[in-house]
Design a protein around this ligand. Structure first.
Ligand code: MN
Length: 494
């Protein structure tokens, strides 16, 4: 049983982290807290802690995103239908339909738990996404729940630790990434990495700590230099260190087949300023003060990633030949990069689609765009019965590496890395995809399986009598193209 002290400090903590809520909205949280505290009162977790600690921790994770009060209340109540005698009707009476539909959604997700068999696992995930597509908050609550479970994973049996970690790294981390909640993605990955590859994890961690000491000094030196250069201007800025997560380093070592000592960009410089104009102003000062690495500049402000990430990226060579990956962004872009879809939380049910307010602004359309992706992705998957197919699509679609390709009219089409001219055709219009005969890339005729690069201008050539064929599935990689091709083949009995 919990001591009164612990309860009091938990309650205080939660209240503090929810300071952004109005008093009226906060009263719902108090009520949910009391209710959860009572309903779970005799339960403990595997760690031996009172169960309430878990509920409050999940609620606190969500508070970090400044999410709406219904979601926080649902987080406090998220295990109540599954683990206590409280019934749905009782809960509706106390908290209303909205909160209860969130709790029910999270409870439903728990039914699709991990499977050793990867095909069954993929099928579970597919069902799970279909089950919650109406309300993206359910996935976000589930992510917050998983984050706390990963933080306390050492109390589980070794087998369950592996299962949960595998699932976190294959499903939840990519999802957090796709929703732009970078902080959670990194943390989920690192906890799972420690469980799944303990020796690699420890080796990288030790070397990373050694390098951190010398790097901190180097970054300070660069910061001083920058301050001097910017002193004459009225540009405001602050610098925040940007350590790569350990799993990210591990993946880079694997991908580039390099030892730790050869990975240079472990620490980055992040410069945060107030306006877009100042981002470019600071960029030009950096350009004239340090030596930029050729070809390292990427403008994600003009061309945001599909998870709406925006920043200027470049790698510079500072004194002593130190290589520093540098990012420049506004405060708003920074919030979005860390907390993604929830940074400017204006919740809208995906299923409702159209119901936009007239106060549409830039932030809203950015959020919409992300929700839109999820909605589309799940629509594409509706006709899929093949779980392996689902898993491959999820991987491709969640991969943040992208290429930007232009139509002849200079419209930008964003595609996952490795996409072909055929994927491009389907991204432009499904009718164009279905009758795609060939393509002109940068004015040269190419076959439709040609992979596209950022900056390519692609024109699709169509012919009326062309029809999708089975072999197209060998080089179409986007979920959209593949689902359209499969649909055609199915309808025509092929
Ligand atoms: Mn839970």
């Amino acid at each position: 049983m919990e001591t009164p002290d612990l309860i009091e400090s938990l309650r205080k903590d939660l209240k503090q982290s929810l300071a952004y809520l109005s008093r009226e909205d906060y009263s719902l949280i108090e009520k949910a807290y009391e209710y959860a505290s009572y309903a779970h009162s005799y339960q403990t977790r595997d760690s031996g802690e009172p169960y309430l600690v878990h509920c409050v921790s999940v609620a606190k994770n969500l508070a970090e995103l400044k999410i709406d009060h219904a979601s926080v209340a649902a987080a406090l109540l998220h295990d109540i239908l599954e683990d206590t005698l409280v019934t749905e009707q009782e809960l509706v009476k106390e908290f209303g339909e909205e909160v209860v539909s969130l709790v029910k959604g999270v409870t439903k997700l728990n039914k699709y738990q991990f499977h050793d068999n990867i095909t069954e696992q993929a099928e579970n995930w597919r069902k799970m996404l279909l089950a919650v597509v109406k309300d993206i908050r359910i996935i976000i609550i589930k992510l917050a729940d998983r984050l706390h479970n990963m933080r306390t994973i050492k109390f589980l049996t070794p087998d369950r630790q592996k299962n949960v970690s595998q699932e976190s790294i294959t499903l939840y981390a990519p999802f957090a990434h796709r929703l732009g909640i970078y902080k959670w993605k990194s943390e989920l990955e690192d906890w799972a990495f420690e469980v799944l590859h303990p020796s690699q994890y420890n080796a990288i961690k030790t070397q990373w700590q050694k390098r951190a000491e010398s790097n901190t000094q180097n970054l300070k030196d660069i910061e001083e230099q920058l301050k001097e250069k910017l002193a004459g201007t009225d540009m405001q800025f602050r610098i925040s260190a940007r350590p790569k997560n350990l799993y990210g380093i591990y993946k880079k070592m694997e991908r580039q087949n390099k030892p730790f000592s050869a990975i240079e960009d472990l620490f980055g410089l992040r410069i945060i300023t107030d306006t877009v104009e100042n981002c470019y102003g600071i960029l030009s000062i950096i350009n004239s003060s340090f030596k930029p690495v050729e070809g390292s500049f990427t403008d994600y402000i003009n061309m945001p990633k599909s998870n709406m990430y925006q920043s200027l990226h470049m790698t510079i060579i500072a004194d002593k030949g130190i290589v520093v990956e540098t990012q420049i962004r506004t405060e708003e872009m920074h919030q979005r990069a860390e907390y993604g879809v929830a940074a400017h939380w204006r919740y809208k049910k995906i299923a409702e689609g159209g119901g936009k307010t007239d106060k549409e602004d830039n932030k809203d359309s950015l959020t919409e765009d992300r929700l839109d992706w999820l909605k589309k992705f799940i629509e594409w998957q509706r006709d899929t019965t093949d779980s392996g197919e689902f898993l491959t699509s999820l991987k491709t679609e969640c991969d943040f590496e992208q290429v930007f390709v232009f139509t002849p009219k200079k419209k930008v089409i964003k595609l996952p890395y490795g996409a072909t001219a055929l994927d491009f055709a389907y991204a432009v219009h499904s009718g164009i995809g279905d009758t795609c005969m060939g393509a002109k890339v940068n004015n040269k005729m190419v076959p439709i399986d040609t992979k596209l690069k950022t900056g390519d201008v692609c024109e699709i050539l169509v012919r009326k009598n062309i029809r999708p064929s089975k072999n197209w599935l060998e080089f179409a990689i986007t979920a959209q193209a593949r689902s359209k091709i499969r649909k055609y083949l199915k309808e025509h009995g092929k």
